[in-house]
Design a protein around this ligand. Structure first.
Ligand SMILES: [Zn+2]
Length: 246
């Protein structure tokens, strides 16, 4: 393949712009905010599950408390009813009176036991409610940090994308100056190696950093200036410039 030396040199500008595009893509993929957001999302999700579990427990305890309070009420109502009968003077038999009195005593004891149960449930419920509040606050705090990280990510994306658009614009201009066959070879090599063209500096290919053999150097020296050369080591297009010293 043959191409004017100026067109060949434009390949180096193109390669430079492509490496900027690659760096921008790499920066976009590896933004620290992305890992931060992933980590925070996992923690928020874990806390959301814990909040639901704590809320379920608090709800169960609320129902348990209502049930225990209703037990206290029914015992209290029975004790009050018995007490009324006792106070009414309608029960006169000593045996019935003793039995009634004993039932009241037993109901009072039962009520006091049940009231202790209610207190114990209330304490557990209070702890569960506190746990819900604590976990929900931590979940919201981390969700806030995640929103901050998302803002920073979006700002970085916008900056990268803006730069990318600019570089791609320049690339379009440079690419338009390169003959189609040379450009297509470059694109093919870029796809294969990441970089499609490299400068020959002294006797070294700057693409693979290999020094060329004397035979190869002699061949290059003998080649016409519009001959498109390839590095024998990395197969990239090897571009001669005044710095090549050949
Ligand atoms: Zn090379």
């Amino acid at each position: 393949m043959k191409a004017a030396p100026a067109a060949q040199k434009r390949l180096l500008d193109l390669a430079e712009l492509d490496s900027v595009i690659d760096r921008l893509a790499h920066r976009r993929r590896t933004l620290p905010e992305l890992a931060e957001i992933d980590d925070l999302s996992a923690r928020v999700a874990r806390l959301a599950t814990q909040v639901i579990a704590a809320e379920t427990e608090a709800g169960d305890l609320a129902r348990e408390q209502a049930k225990a309070e209703s037990d206290v009420d029914s015992v209290r109502v029975r004790a009050e009813r018995d007490q009324k009968r006792l106070d009414s003077g309608q029960v006169t038999s000593p045996k019935d009176l003793a039995s009634l009195q004993s039932e009241i005593t037993s109901l009072n004891r039962r009520q006091s036991d049940l009231e202790e149960v209610v207190l114990e449930i209330m304490e557990r419920r209070e702890a569960a409610d506190e746990q819900v509040t604590k976990l929900a606050a931590e979940r919201d705090r981390l969700a806030g940090l995640r929103a901050d990280a998302e803002d920073r990510r979006d700002a970085a994306f916008a900056e990268i994308d803006k730069e990318n658009t600019e570089v791609k614009g320049k690339r379009g201009t440079v690419a338009a100056e390169i003959p189609a066959d040379l450009l297509s070879l470059y694109e093919k090599l870029r796809e294969q190696f990441g970089v499609g063209a490299a400068m020959l500096q002294g006797t070294r290919c700057l693409g693979c950093r290999t020094s060329l053999s004397i035979a190869e150097i002699n061949r290059i020296k003998a080649a016409s200036h519009d001959e498109v050369l390839r590095c024998e080591e990395c197969r990239r297009i090897l571009v001669r410039t005044p710095e090549s010293g050949l």
